[in-house]
Design a protein around this ligand. Structure first.
Ligand code: ZN
Length: 585
């Protein structure tokens, strides 16, 4: 058994991590780390030195560690290490990769709350369970959430939309309150509603940039100031996100906002158009090439109009056909004036309650939906096949129906015109059969099916599986169709054309799941499905009342897919939705 220096160094580092989590004495832990460092930096294979009996000539390798290397080299394993691995789970060691989680905290979380993996750590932090531990507190809990975000972002180099938008909204609101500010907005991929964001560009129109820069640099959560100038400052936040704020003159607001919103591909086309008209375009002005005469634009729409284009909403600016369409419509129009918006939604068709893995009861979810101005919700708790989520079997589903009826009766007594619909998120088993029999499904108002398991089946297998499930006569909605988690796991490898055609034929709506970790269907898949004539639902998959607010991420994704309210079943009035459900096929 020949172990490379790298492998040996990793083993000794891992030993040090596990010993540290166990609370071993500092000097012992340090001895393993020093050995690891020296082995990794060694110019020749340690195996050779071992064969020559010269291990202890390497600095940092004393008698104890030499014995362990000898055991590893001879047998390929180390009893001491095997025991440590049994004592400290791998998932607890993995938590050390999270910025702001050191061995002491990993030990604390593991011993006091039984947290032994990164997912459980995130769930506990989000549920506010870490703050009450010794030497923690709310701020420390926040720093761990920021660390978890930074870890995910490190893998892809990009942040999820939902991790960025609320921060950007509040920063922009704050900058708008600075005296002298005419406008403030975030631009870039964030304004275009992309599912992931590289960094945040904020524009502020003002003649007095100094107080804007001051207010920006005084924000909490800044880890590092990368640049601070008179009209532009850049910072890195604790979660690793870079934020730039630029101050510009109000009369160039239109050109600047257009320029910094992008996308790059869209702007290349726009500049080409300007050149064909005899102009050059940058973030400040449209400049006539013959005499250098400048035209400024205080608003974006005027710039698009000047170039002979209909106004193009930011979500469509990806050079995916929007420029041709805007040209055909011409100046003074708006491309896709009927693009869906959050106010079009009349209800939410996927949410979980404390009947399965949600936190709130049915009535609490209903009241949160009423507060959003909704007319109906569909309760879609998991079915029993998804054992991890306390899914419902036929008997509990019957019981839940009574609870739904009671919630409706209570709301009616209070004079609230609102309807709680009874559904379920029915498991698609690995062979494509559904988790509940048809006679149970027929008692539900709407049935959603979802694939949660065996997502890595080969394309033909998983496509056939889902197509079989979609043939079931009681299915109305396909939940989070791809099953992806942004920055964490790719979705299943379906033959999407076949799935979309089946959805169209079977009159099954495709969900755009608004959970910012999912955004599933994605913008491009949803657009293709729309071209094939499919219907959609935009739902939050909320597991708590506040999560109903995530609808905005689903709406942004739907806008990027060029969807109109007519294509989205939860913009329909209740009667129409129920009629569709009854006569879907
Ligand atoms: Zn689900």
């Amino acid at each position: 058994m020949t172990l490379s220096n790298q492998q040996l160094a990793e083993i000794f580092n891992d030993i040090a991590d596990r010993l540290e989590i166990q609370g071993e004495l500092v000097f012992k832990v340090r001895a393993y780390r020093t050995a690891a460092e020296n082995i990794a930096a060694l110019g020749r294979p340690l195996a050779e030195l071992w064969a020559e009996g010269q291990l202890e000539t390497v600095s940092g390798i004393g008698k104890e560690i030499a014995k362990k290397i000898d055991e590893l080299m001879r047998t390929g394993r180390l009893e001491f290490y095997e025991r440590l691995k049994r004592e400290v789970p791998d998932g607890v060691v993995a938590m050390l990769r999270v910025p702001n989680v050191g061995p002491k905290r990993a030990k604390l979380f593991w011993e006091s709350l039984g947290i032994d993996n990164i997912e459980a750590l995130e769930a506990a932090a989000r549920a506010g369970k870490l703050r009450s531990l010794p030497r923690m507190g709310e701020k420390a809990e926040q720093s761990i959430l920021a660390g978890l975000e930074a870890l995910k972002h490190r893998a892809s180099g990009r942040f999820r939309l939902g991790d960025v938008l609320p921060f950007a909204e509040s920063l922009v609101a704050e900058l708008r309150r600075v005296p002298g500010v005419h406008h403030a907005a975030y631009a870039g991929s964030l304004r275009r509603g992309k599912e992931t964001i590289g960094d945040v560009d904020i524009l502020v129109a003002t003649r007095d940039p100094a107080p804007v820069m001051q207010a920006f640099l005084a924000q909490p959560g800044i880890a590092q100031v990368l640049a601070s100038g008179e009209t532009k400052s850049s910072v890195r936040l604790e979660n690793g996100l870079q934020v730039d704020v630029r101050a510009i003159a109000p009369e160039v607001w239109g050109t600047a906002l257009q320029y910094f919103t992008g996308s790059q591909q869209h702007n290349i086309r726009i500049r080409e158009l300007a050149q064909r008209l005899g102009y050059s375009l940058n973030e400040y002005a449209l400049t006539r090439q013959t005499d250098g005469k400048e035209e400024r634009f205080a608003d974006e729409a005027a710039l698009y109009a000047r170039l002979g284009l209909a106004y193009i909403p930011p979500e469509l600016r990806e050079d995916r056909g929007e420029i041709e369409r805007a040209q055909a419509l011409g100046a003074g129009h708006v491309l896709m004036p009927d693009l869906i918006s959050a106010s079009d939604l009349r209800g939410d068709l996927q949410m979980h309650t404390n009947w399965s893995d949600g936190t709130a009861d049915i009535l609490t979810m209903a009241r949160a939906a009423v507060a959003l101005g909704y007319e109906y919700i569909l309760i879609t708790d998991h079915t029993a096949g998804l054992a991890v989520a306390h899914g419902l079997d036929a008997a509990r589903l019957r019981e839940q129906r009574k609870a739904v009826d009671e919630a409706n009766a209570q709301l009616a007594r209070e004079g609230i015109a609102f309807r709680v619909l009874h559904g379920a998120e029915v498991e698609v088993r690995s062979d494509g059969s559904l988790d509940l029999p048809g006679e149970v499904l027929s008692t539900l108002d709407l049935v959603q099916i979802s694939v949660h398991t065996a997502l890595n089946q080969p394309r033909e297998v998983i496509t056939a599986r889902l197509l079989r499930a979609m043939q079931h006569p009681h299915v109305h909605i396909l939940g989070h169709p791809a099953g992806r988690l942004i920055n964490e796991r790719d979705g299943a490898d379906y033959d999407w054309e076949a799935i979309f055609r089946a959805a169209r034929e079977r009159n099954i709506a495709l969900e755009i799941n608004a959970d910012p970790a999912r955004l599933d269907l994605s913008d491009t898949l949803a657009r293709r499905a729309a071209e094939l004539g499919c219907l959609f639902s935009i739902s939050t998959d909320a597991h708590a009342p506040t999560a109903l607010n995530n609808r905005i991420y689903g709406v942004l994704t739907a806008r990027r897919a060029w969807l109109t309210p007519a294509q989205v079943i939860n913009t329909w009035p209740l009667e129409r939705l129920l009629a569709w459900a009854r006569h879907a096929r």
